[in-house]
Design a protein around this ligand. Structure first.
Ligand SMILES: O=C(O)[C@H](O)[C@@H](O)[C@H](O)[C@H](O)COP(=O)(O)O
Length: 315
């Protein structure tokens, strides 16, 4: 299959990236590519832009990689994100016969819009997809705050994923009940082989998590300073005092997030710049933001950022 698009990958215009990185990819350089299969090449060439601090953040992880892709325009980011996801869909469908995809709420869903357009609409094997939420607000599924509704309206209603492979929460339960119920569903999917387990961690290993980050550095419903960030046993837990409304939510825990095979962290806009700067800083303090606690044990973590989101990044 071939496409005619190009993805713009560039260093932050005002940053002081090392001379080598600047030489390899000057600001606003364009990396054209013609086929889905060329994405790994694109990603690997973009990794030459890897911020030194991003690499340092993987210290201690057994075998993980970390990359930073910076796009001049949100449109380019969305195109690359669709291609990245389609590539992983093809890989895991071939390897495992299933593709387990976890999404967040927030602006991430809009950034996934191109998956519902040609060529992906026709070429992705949607029958292999199993869709999960990294966090969900405990509201009815047709409520304006529902992450299920957000994803359904923005993507799931437009692509032919079998309804039984879309794992919404049971919205008739309390937050605690919904979290327990969701974990029970995950354990069943591990038993029947749809969901892989991580040999490294003993927690489920999702094929890809497509995540957003809040301006305060939260991911999923794991907020800075909240005790839930320290949960080490549960796969899914609940929160009733979320600082971001609505207060009642369920969320995957860090052991599950950090067992993923791939994570795409999508950050768009100046509102994310402070947290991105801290996350990419090589000066690590004890007050880690949740996004800094996302350290994969045996996986690949890729930032998909626009220029505004990395506007405060300096060496
Ligand atoms: O339910 C939620 O609130 C989300 O899952 C949450 O974790 C979100 O992904 C971030 O807050 C980023 O949201 P934005 O991209 O809209 O800032």
């Amino acid at each position: 299959m071939s496409t005619s698009m190009s993805v713009s990958v560039s260093a932050p215009a005002s940053s002081s990236l090392p001379p080598l990185a600047r030489r390899r990819s000057p600001p606003a350089s364009r990396v054209p590519f013609r086929s889905l299969r060329s994405l790994p090449r694109l990603l690997s060439s973009a990794r030459t832009l890897l911020h030194p601090a991003a690499a340092m953040a993987t210290d201690g992880a057994a075998s993980s990689k970390r990359g930073l892709l910076i796009f001049d325009a949100e449109e380019d980011l969305a195109e690359s994100l669709a291609m990245y996801t389609a590539e992983l869909s093809e890989k895991f469908a071939a390897e495992r016969g299933a593709f387990t995809v976890v999404v967040s709420g927030g602006s991430l869903i809009k950034a996934l819009r191109k998956l519902a357009e040609p060529p992906y609409l026709e070429t992705v094997d949607w029958s292999k997809w199993h869709v999960f939420w990294v966090d969900e607000r405990v509201v009815p599924k047709d409520h304006a705050d529902s992450n299920y509704k957000l994803a359904y309206d923005g993507l799931l209603s437009k692509v032919p994923i079998p309804a039984g492979q879309v794992y919404a929460i049971n919205d008739a339960l309390s937050a605690e009940g919904a979290a327990d119920d969701y974990e029970t569903i995950l354990r069943q999917l591990v038993k029947n082989g749809v969901l892989a387990m991580s040999a490294a961690t003993g927690f489920p290993k999702f094929d890809v998590m497509l995540l957003g980050m809040g301006p305060d550095g939260h991911i999923a419903s794991l907020f800075p300073g909240h005790p839930l960030v320290n949960e080490k046993q549960k796969w899914v837990t609940h929160i009733t005092d979320s600082p971001k409304p609505p207060p009642e939510r369920i969320t995957f825990t860090f052991p599950v997030i950090n067992s993923s095979a791939y994570v795409a962290m999508v950050v768009i806009g100046a509102g994310k710049a402070g947290a991105v700067q801290k996350a990419l800083s090589d000066k690590k303090t004890s007050d880690l933001l949740p996004v800094e606690m996302a350290v994969l044990q045996d996986g690949e973590f890729t930032w998909f950022a626009d220029q505004e989101a990395v506007s405060m990044v300096r060496n």
